[in-house]
Write a protein that binds this ligand. Structure first.
Ligand SMILES: [Zn+2]
Length: 214
């Protein structure tokens, strides 16, 4: 594997929090439930997880970057949100299509790897401002020749990563149309690395393996 890709994977894995098994399981449930495009009530989470009220509250308190609405239902969790962002995702579940949002390009890729559904990510290139539609098909090898896209990537300091993930990490991670748009990237991307989509997917898979796997 290319040196820069391996060091990006190693660096991100080093930054990711290590969750206990119950928190990993609950995190997976949260991603799957939020992907259905509706706020997740604590009652529903309790019924599908099998945890008691007290246990559920304890576990949720151990997860960072959870967001609740006024009804105390969960509307966002570490990368996925029901509130519109620059990254809209349409997911084809067997019975229905849903729409959710990702905090950044990278988050849309780890969601694709995790959910294993056909989905399309809608974004905008920061260089040329053209619309980007990235179709990620379940159970098919991703054809990166069809999508000459790149993803910008940066490893923030541990403090920034832990305390301000959305700005220090997500704010820098976007899809770019092609090499020309990478070359023309706005000044704020000067310190970023750029990976092809197939390499970016490798980072996303490792992220899920580290953060969520039992
Ligand atoms: Zn572009």
């Amino acid at each position: 594997m290319e040196q820069s890709l391996q060091s990006a994977i190693d660096g991100l894995i080093d930054l990711l929090p290590r969750l206990n098994k119950d928190c990993r399981d609950l995190s997976q449930l949260l991603y799957f439930e939020l992907a259905k495009g509706k706020a997740v009530t604590l009652q529903h989470l309790k019924s599908i997880s099998g945890y008691s009220d007290a246990r559920l509250i304890t576990l949720l308190s151990q997860l960072n970057y959870l967001q609740y609405n006024d009804d105390r239902s969960i509307v966002a969790y570490r990368g996925i949100t029901l509130t519109p962002t620059q990254y809209r995702i349409e997911i084809d579940f067997l019975t229905e299509k849903t729409m959710v949002f990702a905090w950044c390009a990278f988050d849309s890729l780890f969601l694709a790897d995790l959910l294993k559904q056909n989905m399309t990510v809608f974004a905008e290139c920061p260089s040329c401002h053209q619309a980007i539609n990235l179709a990620l098909a379940n159970k098919k090898t991703f054809d990166s020749t069809k999508y000459p896209l790149y993803m910008s990537f940066i490893l923030p300091s541990r403090d920034n990563y832990n305390e301000d993930l959305a700005n220090s990490f997500c704010g820098n991670i976007h899809f770019f149309c092609n090499e020309i748009c990478v070359e023309n990237a706005p000044h704020k991307f000067t310190d970023n690395q750029f990976f092809s989509i197939s390499d970016a997917l490798k980072i996303a898979k490792q992220r899920n393996r580290t953060y969520l796997s039992s």
